[in-house]
Design a binder for this molecule. Structure first.
Ligand code: BTN
Length: 265
């Protein structure tokens, strides 16, 4: 049985009949690129593309996503019927956090889409979309989770990254982690259309407890400093700026700033 079939069976065992296409490749450049080709070719919503490894895995902000065998590399094609897709990464983040919790790993979500354990990166989400005048045509959500990597495998990344195996002492089959994510994703995603505030509340419950802390948010056009107030029901980060006033940020990179101790330089 190939891995796509094992995944379908794992989903069926959880009560999820996955009717859309599932492809599981050996080595690819980036599963997001293949899913984008599917999007342009008119493939159905929920088409899922997975790979054992990626030679050109991409992270946010043009970063490389190192993708050796033993990790989850999954991209899902969505055709959102709602106007804004800013909430999509939050819904996906909740599904990923719940899926890794099934393997004994309590992850925290950092806006907009980092999946962290003890401040180290367990996974990440890259959403790429195409918009037309009528709204969002399609969105591809790419999900990467470090599953089986040992501390030795992580090498010099081990201070910044972790894996399910490192955190729980066991490396679950990647199919089972994929089934956990895909089994939960439709529920949270559909929730964005019917009750987005509940999705945001679920995300907030799993978020890193940084609310009220001083932080820097790097956006495409500026660097903002202020105290983190909340994530609003549109998925925007709300920051009370040091210089006064409040800003809603829809996209950017969040860094918490440690308060400087008095008398120390
Ligand atoms: C990030 O945190 O910067 C996002 C990382 C997203 C990685 C995944 S792995 C599957 C999909 N294919 C890619 O090239 N990237 C995403």
């Amino acid at each position: 049985m190939d891995r796509a079939e094992r995944l379908r069976r794992a989903l069926a065992e959880r009560g999820t009949e996955w009717t859309a296409p599932v492809e599981w490749h050996g080595s690819v450049g980036s599963t997001n690129d293949l899913a984008k080709e599917h999007a342009r070719a008119g493939s159905p919503e929920w088409t899922a593309v997975l790979a054992d490894r990626q030679s050109g895995g991409r992270g946010r902000e043009g970063r490389v996503w190192v993708s050796p065998p033993g990790g989850l590399y999954l991209s899902v094609l969505l055709r959102p019927r709602f106007e804004s897709i800013s909430l999509v990464p939050l819904a996906v983040g909740v599904a990923v956090a719940e899926a890794v919790a099934e393997h004994g790993v309590e992850a925290a979500l950092k806006w907009p889409n980092d999946v962290l354990v003890g401040g180290r990166k367990l996974g990440g989400i890259l959403t790429e979309a195409s918009s037309a005048v009528s709204g969002v045509e399609w969105a591809v959500v790419g999900i990467g989770v470090n599953v089986g990597a040992s501390s030795d495998d992580l090498g010099e990344m081990r201070d910044a990254a972790t894996s399910i195996a490192v955190e729980s002492g066991k490396a679950p089959p990647v199919e089972s982690v994929a089934a956990g994510v895909l089994g939960r994703l439709p529920g949270w995603y559909d929730g964005l259309g019917s009750h987005p505030a509940a999705v945001v509340a679920a995300w907030r419950e799993r978020s890193v407890p940084w609310w009220g802390s001083l932080a820097e948010v790097r956006t495409a056009s500026s660097v903002l400093r202020g105290r983190l107030r909340d994530v609003d029901d549109g998925g925007a980060l709300v920051v009370d700026l040091e210089e006064g006033g409040t800003r809603r940020v829809l996209s950017g990179e969040l860094v918490r700033l440690r308060p400087v101790s008095p008398g120390r330089s």
